[in-house]
Design a binder for this molecule. Structure first.
Ligand code: FE2
Ligand code: FE2
Length: 156
């Protein structure tokens, strides 16, 4: 079995909050499913991968729709990243269905965990700002708890 390059858990935290609530809700679901796939048994993985494929298709179609409907500048790169991830998900699902090999799916999960923070920070955050500005006339106000304090369990 390939060693997991990111053994730590993948769980939702305030560090992922971008400020546009409809996007943050979808992102929390993304993190939840990827985190569940990370800890899934081989028997659990196919159903979770199917759930992730449905989530990703809807997640990316929603963001693509926001970008195209509002003429978001420089949207091609963002839409292209979504399409590339979806293509990988479909390829891995096919492989798992065909021969039951879980290794490609486990590598995909590791890649998704590595990919998401950068995608969210650079591409989704710009879209979040854009959508907030269109809706409310300003950038989102993001309130994050003291993450170090929260991680230490001092926030109850
Ligand atoms: Fe997103
Ligand atoms: Fe995105």
């Amino acid at each position: 079995m390939t060693p997991d390059p990111q053994p730590h858990d993948f769980t939702w935290s305030d560090s992922f909050v971008l400020g546009y609530a409809p996007m943050d809700e979808v992102h929390e679901e993304f993190v939840g499913i990827v985190g569940a796939m990370k800890s899934a048994s081989d028997a659990e993985l196919p159903a979770l991968l199917d759930a992730f494929a449905r989530h990703a298709a809807e997640h990316f179609a929603t963001e693509d729709g926001w970008m195209t409907q509002t003429d978001f500048p420089a949207r091609d790169c963002h839409i292209g990243e979504h399409a590339a991830v979806l293509a990988s998900v479909h390829a891995v699902r096919g492989r798992l269905a065909q021969d039951g090999d879980c290794e490609p799916a486990r590598r995909l999960v590791a890649h998704l965990q590595a990919w998401f923070p950068g995608h969210a920070d650079y591409l989704d955050s710009a879209l979040s700002h854009w959508m907030c500005k269109l809706r409310w006339g300003g950038k989102p106000v993001v309130i994050r708890r003291n993450l170090a304090t929260a991680a230490a369990g001092a926030c109850n």
